[in-house]
Design a binder for this molecule. Sequence first.
Ligand SMILES: [Zn+2]
Length: 507
Amino acid sequence: MRDGEQAAGGALTLEEKIEVGRQLQKLGVTVIEAGFPSTSPGDFEAVQFMSREFRDVEIAALSGFKEEQLSRTWEALQDAETPLLHTVISTSDIHIDQQLHMTRAELVELTDHTVRFARNLAPHVEFSTMDATRSDRDFVVEVLATAIRAGATIVNIPDTVGYSMPDEFGELVSYCMDNVPGIDDVVVSVHCHDDLGHAAANSLTGVMRGVTQVECTVNGVGERAGNASLEEIVMALRTRQDFYEADTTINAPELLRTSRMVSAHMGMVVPPNKAVVGGNAFAHSSGLHQDGMLKERTTYEIMRPEDVGQGGSKIVLGKTSGRHAVRNHLKEMGAEIEDDRVFEDIFQSFKRIADRKKEITDRDIEAILEDRAHRAFHQTYELDLLQVTCGTDGIPTATVRLKTDDGKMLEDAALGDGPVHAVYQAINRIVNVPNVLTEFTVSSVTEGIDALGGVTIKIESRGRAFTGHGSDTDIIVASAQAYMNALNRLLDVLGGGGPAEAETVSV
Ligand SMILES: [Zn+2]
């Protein structure tokens, strides 16, 4: 979670972090690195919350090597059932000279002091040699040996800048395994970045060389080109147990759900051709392949879609399904809704979609739940009415009516270059918060002509990015919802806004 959130524009709210954290628990991860508490109050709050509330999972937090950073990190972490204090010092000459301005001897001294200080606070301490793959091997060995002597319980060998090739990385891991005194008594971990596309391969090579902890992220999100992709590592180990002779605790059928949640909350769309969780990962389009699949699925399929949660969309409900059926079905999907008002809101969304779409699948219900999860923060405005005129001739025109949190109805209309532009202009006239739209992605949630369309957008205001998501059978409506979603999030965080010259309609 910490590295994932370092992805450009990927910051999550506290509620989103908690929701993702709970899903990571369902997924069966053994450690959640929940944040970098000394760098931001938001991270402190998230780490503290998960430390206090989450059980049966280790909670880790990253810290710089300064005493006040370590103490502050420990403060956030100390209530966890199994807290893990993770600290990091660079070992490459380029980092030592240019960033730390130290000698190697001073750095060894600093490692010893940092780990001893951390161990006085925490029972479990992880030590990382940042930029290990561009460091002198013998120096990495010396620093790791120092960290272990000082009490580190986990040592991590990171490819911080995604520079290493798999064979080379494997040799570095083996070299450390063979030469660091005491390494057999600690957990050895790897943490690989994907700048050259080798993060998962490097991590798996680490496993081949005896590593038992792999740090990775859902969908491979993270700093720059991202981190090693959790789902790829898990499924490689599981599909090729004959080769790796290793496995994880991961509950793989939760992979797709986790991937979708992370994608939606971060506003980072998963490419259709992404391994394991991509929309096309199990689509067979060539005639020869389809023919083979019909005769025997293993002819072209090395994993079963249901093993990673790509269970296919079975039709589950329809227009005539009532409250009881919907509630029961939600329960079957593992979403028990206690609050009647929340349920009614979900049911109304269901009715709206069922009116326009004959068959409702699991995926449609998930989309409704995702949309709701997106509205977990304060709703200053809600879309009440939308009408658009567009076509080959004429000027696209939109009329919108928004309902405010104090029950007022506000209406306005605007022209635009296209229908979505017109809608956004009309909303802007009412909400009146300066922002720039930086990303706009449309995707199909389900198949068929009456499919639900999903729109994910990103807007920026005062140097911060906010994502928004909406889904509807009408793509213009989904676009409007995505924009309202992003604006409400922005208003919740930054405040401000308000009607300019919009006409007020009383209710
Ligand atoms: Zn990283």
